[in-house]
Design a protein around this ligand. Sequence first.
Ligand code: AMP
Length: 171
Amino acid sequence: MQDLKKFIRDVPDFPKPGIVFKDITPLLHNAEAFARVIKVFADRYSAEKIDKIAGIESRGFIFGGALSVQMGVGFVPIRKHGKLPWTKVSEEYVLEYGKDRIEMHVDAVSAGERVLVVDDLLATGGTCGAVCQLIEKRKALVASLAFVVELDFLNGREKLKGRDIFSIMHF
Ligand code: AMP
């Protein structure tokens, strides 16, 4: 996956001083690189029973949405507080640079369904931990967590211990 790394742009001091933001938009601009990422994910999960793909707002929608079409399974948007119109479950989480609340419609997943969670990047694991709790609150199962990029030095895996995690690129 070394050659995919050239499509990830480092943006220093965004959105706050001291944060190096990993910008995935150059990867999206390149159709071949974008398609490769989706294929790598689809190949990784093709032998597994996946009932739904949950994408985390907002960049998780891009990869999760494309993957869900590729794999032929339904897509669940996990949204920031106040965006979803209907009855929802919610969970608070701590970010690398702040605090937030995520929400999911109560009918998004059913009891016993196996859900693949997709996001662009694993940093501290706070967001994804909260997403797992949302899914489990509805009695569905988190089959695996898939990321385009993982920031190893932030030890997100530690927070998500015991969960199956797959990341295409590591920094
Ligand atoms: P975390 O909860 O710390 O694992 O943060 C993950 C979420 O925040 C993902 O949705 C990422 O898109 C975003 N994020 C956190 N840190 C960065 C970073 N350094 N570069 C780009 N996105 C980030």
